[in-house]
Design a binder for this molecule. Structure first.
Ligand SMILES: *[C@@H]1O[C@H](CO)[C@@H](O)[C@H](O)[C@H]1NC(C)=O
Ligand SMILES: *[C@@H]1O[C@H](CO)[C@@H](O)[C@H](O)[C@H]1NC(C)=O
Ligand SMILES: *[C@@H]1O[C@H](CO)[C@@H](O)[C@H](O)[C@H]1NC(C)=O
Ligand SMILES: *[C@@H]1O[C@H](CO)[C@@H](O)[C@H](O)[C@H]1NC(C)=O
Ligand SMILES: *[C@@H]1O[C@H](CO)[C@@H](O)[C@H](O)[C@H]1NC(C)=O
Ligand SMILES: *[C@@H]1O[C@H](CO)[C@@H](O)[C@H](O)[C@H]1NC(C)=O
Ligand SMILES: *[C@@H]1O[C@H](CO)[C@@H](O)[C@H](O)[C@H]1NC(C)=O
Ligand SMILES: *[C@@H]1O[C@H](CO)[C@@H](O)[C@H](O)[C@H]1NC(C)=O
Ligand SMILES: *[C@@H]1O[C@H](CO)[C@@H](O)[C@H](O)[C@H]1NC(C)=O
Ligand SMILES: *[C@@H]1O[C@H](CO)[C@@H](O)[C@H](O)[C@H]1NC(C)=O
Length: 870
């Protein structure tokens, strides 16, 4: 008995220990495979530091590794680990490795065909730097169900052999450089399991849409936006019963969308064919099963009317049919859909009225119906919509009085009712505290300009021109930070508030013969007595016309304000954004676009700069600053508004900003040629003299404008060649100016101080005197001018010498013929005289004594005189 117990215990121990040893050797083997794999990778950030043989070997616990319950590795999720280097096929020794995710790393390799040795079911290489073509041998990945190659640099044809991956459910080739014609490709014939097909953002594809796609009955998403597809939308798409998302926008498609197009598409939620060349009538069937939430047909050649039955689309949130030839009654029912948030139908021929039942559309935020033939009154129901922030129905045939509550939405920010036949008095506006832009121009309004306008804190754009308004201009309007004020062609009278004549805003007062004020054709009676001659009046008058003309330019540039309400939240912190141009990008997309790949090396001074692509295809530059919290949001906004109003061709445009707890994003227009600094730092800096001089003049003009012409006067405080951006014609634009307004003085000082590299742009007196001055900017300008004249880096004029360019020039110049020796030898001797002139200006600007430096305005003049010496 005892023996048998002993034996059975012994046997148990024996089996357990054999099991353990076998599984631990299996673990060691897997660990070895991973370590070999790791050794081919370049893991700069040490993301894989847990992959190591020094600790107790248990690879299932290593970061990114997933095992099944018998400790066999099945999946590696190494996305966003900052990896680069080689992808070794050794990893295929893991015989149960089904999922490999290497997305969002820095692999700079051709397509990793070597991984076909693995038994992968999913391979995710999205957001890397994969280049070259997809080889025909991709068919070797027989077990793949998911292949994501999006956001790489893959080019060439999409090989037919992809069609042999019969089990493929997700194929994402978006945002690459594929080219060629897929219309007769055989590949789709076999991909019967495909659920998601993404070929978006491949602008070099030149193809019709393959008809066979319509036979892939399991498809749920077709993402073909912005990919050079032309021809007809295949009839066969009608059979895609499971399709939820169909995005064909931004191609070159023609033909119509059959009347009953949607009949088979019972599950469609998102339908976007905008920006093509489609024609014909409105696709009625798309609302089947009432599931549709987004419909976008905008910017095509559609005609005909929209059937009233469309109101059955109860889940519809976004409706965009603008820029077409639609006509007839705009369906009443659309105005009261329970979930509708956006209606855009501008530039069509719609008639009908806006019904009072608009009040039932409680989610409605944004309406644009300009340039149609709507008639009737502005409904009282409008004032009941508390989420409405943009309502624009200009150039229609609306008539009657405005209801007193028309601007009651607490978030209303853009209201455009111009060019209608509205009449009566303009109601007092008391509730819309976020109103930025109000246009009532070209109506028949009578009575006075309501006093309450002066209490709208962010009103920036006010156009009341071409009405029949009387009375005087309320004095309190001076308190507003208006950028445009147009009351021309009314019957206003009395004294114009002085600030509306002199500085910003650009005021338009003409066509009101009874207005008076200093500098206007009529000076008010008591002022007349002060004048002793007509001459000064004439001069002021001319000055005012100059101011007005520059105001027109300001508007022509497209000064357009768009104020986004601060409701949005992202991540944990709440953040707020203000866009001064219609950027059409959400904060979320902006953030998503700001990754390591979009960061510019050595971009600006403190804070990284990212180049972000907008959905419209344009680019913006985004500068990320630390938020020291020294300014409240309100204070910050007012400072930024100061910067936004700067309009000068040599100063970069600030388009908007986002603000949250730890950072501030400044959104600037994007410049093609990078910065002057970037060019100088290239070894073969080659710009010809005329361009260098053009850059110097432009930069000087920008700086002079900040110093002298702009109100309030600003200092740049961080002028250097890296902060002079160049457009495609080498027109310079200053950036990173007056950042102290945004960060606060203390943070600004510490950031500038920590930047040892650019210290050679800093005037010598800056160490002793805390107060920033114009002369310090002028010194920095002189340093840049020296860079242009000598073709040498500011901080290191000679490779083996640590002298900065100012000291280097001063030393050389004291020798015989020194001045000529410092000129950039790459420039022809025929420019020598002009270069010496520029050198002289640069030396005066970099004078040690601040009072010896010329003013920027004189610098501009001196440089221009060099230019005319041809
Ligand atoms: C751990 O790895 C190092 C280098 O990769 C190797 O030299 C060493 O033999 C390994 N140790 C064990 C216990 O495998
Ligand atoms: C783990 O994977 C291996 C290899 O595919 C397989 O033999 C084993 O049965 C799996 N274990 C479980 C619990 O699924
Ligand atoms: C990747 O690198 C960036 C900086 O280059 C860093 O901010 C980020 O945290 C890194 N990611 C990981 C996972 O190490
Ligand atoms: C690939 O990985 C990225 C990053 O993890 C992820 O966002 C993306 O959805 C993945 N692709 C697919 C098709 O699952
Ligand atoms: C693409 O191929 C189809 C079929 O071969 C052909 O009809 C079409 O003209 C081609 N399109 C282009 C742009 O080459
Ligand atoms: C669209 O097609 C027309 C005519 O075929 C062509 O002229 C035009 O360049 C195409 N546009 C784009 C964006 O491909
Ligand atoms: C108004 O809309 C029509 C129809 O789309 C268009 O042809 C016209 O150019 C638009 N007018 C303006 C000023 O945009
Ligand atoms: C208001 O509408 C008119 C006419 O469509 C347009 O010219 C003007 O730019 C619009 N104003 C604003 C601020 O959107
Ligand atoms: C001001 O209004 C007048 C009359 O409507 C118009 O002619 C002028 O273009 C407007 N100016 C601006 C800048 O909007
Ligand atoms: C402005 O009002 C006057 C007096 O009521 C009227 O005679 C005139 O026709 C109106 N002008 C316009 C353009 O409506």
């Amino acid at each position: 008995m005892a023996t048998s117990i002993f034996i059975s215990i012994y046997l148990t121990i024996l089996t357990v220990s054999t099991l353990m040893s076998s599984s631990s050797s299996a673990l060691e083997e897997q660990a070895g495979v991973l370590l070999t794999f790791k050794s081919s990778l370049d893991d700069q950030m040490g993301s894989l530091s847990t992959w190591s043989n020094t600790t107790l070997v248990h690879p299932c616990k290593w970061v990114g590794v997933t095992c099944n319950t018998s400790s066999v590795i099945t999946s590696l999720s190494l996305q966003s680990f900052n990896l680069s280097g080689e992808i070794s096929p050794s990893v295929c020794k893991l015989q149960a490795l089904f999922h490999l995710n290497l997305a969002n790393n820095f692999f700079n390799l051709p397509f990793p065909l070597q991984l076909s040795k693995c038994t992968l079911q999913s391979l995710n290489l999205s957001s890397n730097l994969i280049w070259g073509t997809i080889p025909d041998e991709v068919s070797l990945f027989g077990s793949l169900k998911m292949l994501d190659l999006s956001r790489n640099h893959v080019e060439g044809r999409i090989p037919d052999t992809l069609g042999s991956l019969k089990g493929l459910q997700v194929l994402n080739l978006g945002s690459n450089f594929f080219s060629g014609n897929v219309s007769s490709s055989n590949m789709f014939r076999n991909l019967g399991d495909l659920v998601v097909l993404d070929l978006s953002d491949n602008p070099f594809l030149l193809s019709e849409i393959p008809i066979e796609i319509g036979k892939l009955e399991k498809l749920e998403q077709i993402l073909f936006q912005r990919s050079g597809f032309h021809g007809l939308i295949p009839e066969s798409f009608k059979g895609l019963h499971g399709l939820e998302i169909l995005d064909l926008s931004g191609n070159n498609l023609t033909g119509g969308i059959g009347l009953a197009f949607g009949l088979g598409l019972e599950n469609l939620r998102f339908f976007d064919v905008s920006s093509n060349r489609l024609s014909g009538s409105f696709p009625t069937g798309v609302c089947n099963k009432r599931g549709l939430t987004q419909l976008s047909l905008h910017t095509n050649f559609f005609t005909g009317s929209i059937p009233e039955s469309f109101k059955e689309c109860l889940n519809l949130e976004r409706f965009q049919v603008q820029n077409n030839g639609f006509l007839g009654n705009f369906p009443n029912g659309l105005w009261s859909l329970p979930r509708i948030r956006l209606i855009r139908a501008e530039n069509n021929w719609f008639d009908g009225e806006i019904p009072n039942s608009i009040s039932m559309a409680t989610s409605l935020e944004h309406v644009q119906m300009d340039n149609n033939s709507l008639a009737g009154r502005v409904p009282t129901g409008l004032g009941l919509l508390s989420g409405m922030y943009r309502f624009s129905v200009s150039s229609n045939r609306l008539y009657g009085d405005l209801p007193p509550n028309f601007c009651d939405s607490p978030v209303m920010s853009i209201l455009n009712l111009s060019h209608n036949s509205l009449s009566g008095k303009i109601p007092e506006l008391t509730k819309c505290r976020k109103l930025v832009s109000l246009s009532l121009a070209g109506n028949n309004f009578v009575g006075e300009i309501p006093n309450s306008f002066a209490k709208l804190p962010v009103l920036t754009y006010l156009d009341l021109s071409n009405n029949n308004l009387t009375g005087s201009i309320p004095q309190d309007l001076q308190n507003l930070k208006l950028a445009l004020f147009n009351v021309s062609f009314n019957r206003l009278s009395g004294k114009v508030p002085l600030s509306l004549i002199t500085g910003l805003p650009a005021s338009f007062l003409q066509g009101n013969p009874d207005l008076c004020g200093s500098g206007l054709p009529n000076s008010c009676s008591y002022e007349k007595s002060k004048r002793f001659s007509g001459r000064p009046a004439k001069l002021t008058w001319i000055l005012i016309w100059v101011a007005l003309a520059s105001g027109v330019m300001l508007v022509a540039v497209g000064f357009f304000l768009m104020y986004r309400s601060s409701k949005k939240k992202l991540h944990s912190g709440s953040w707020t954004s203000v866009f001064f141009y219609p950027l059409r990008i959400s904060e979320r997309d902006l953030m998503a676009g700001m990754d390591e790949k979009s960061a510019v090396n050595g971009g600006g001074t403190f804070g990284k700069v990212y180049i972000v692509r907008l959905p419209s295809g344009e680019f913006v530059a985004v500068k990320k600053l630390m938020n020291s919290g020294s300014l409240s949001f309100k204070a910050l906004k007012s400072e930024i508004k100061t910067l936004v109003k700067i309009r000068h061709r040599n100063i970069i445009k600030l388009l908007g900003f986002c603000y949250w707890e730890d950072s501030i994003l400044l959104i600037y227009e994007f410049m093609q040629n990078w910065s002057l600094g970037d060019m100088i730092y290239k070894l073969d800096f080659q710009l010809e003299w005329s361009i260098r001089l053009q850059i110097a003049i432009g930069a000087a003009q920008g700086l002079a404008y900040l110093h002298k012409d702009y109100v309030p006067r600003l200092l740049h405080r961080n002028f250097k060649s890296r902060n002079i951006l160049l457009d495609k014609n080498f027109e310079p634009k200053l950036t990173d100016f007056a950042l102290d307004l945004i960060t606060g003085e203390a943070v600004f000082q510490s950031m500038i101080g920590s930047e040892s590299v650019s210290c050679c742009y800093v005037a010598p007196e800056q160490g002793c005197s805390k107060k920033a001055t114009e002369e310090m900017d002028i010194y920095s300008f002189g340093v840049v001018l020296l860079e242009l004249v000598t073709g040498r880096h500011a901080e290191k004029a000679e490779i083996d010498d640590s002298l900065d360019v100012v000291k280097w020039v001063r030393r050389k110049i004291n020798t015989t013929n020194g001045a000529i020796q410092v000129l950039d030898p790459k420039i022809s001797i025929s420019f020598q005289e002009r270069m010496l002139g520029a050198l002289d200006i640069a030396l005066r600007c970099t004078s040690v004594l601040p009072e010896k430096r010329p003013k920027m305005i004189d610098v501009v003049r001196l440089l221009q005189s060099l230019d005319s010496k041809k």
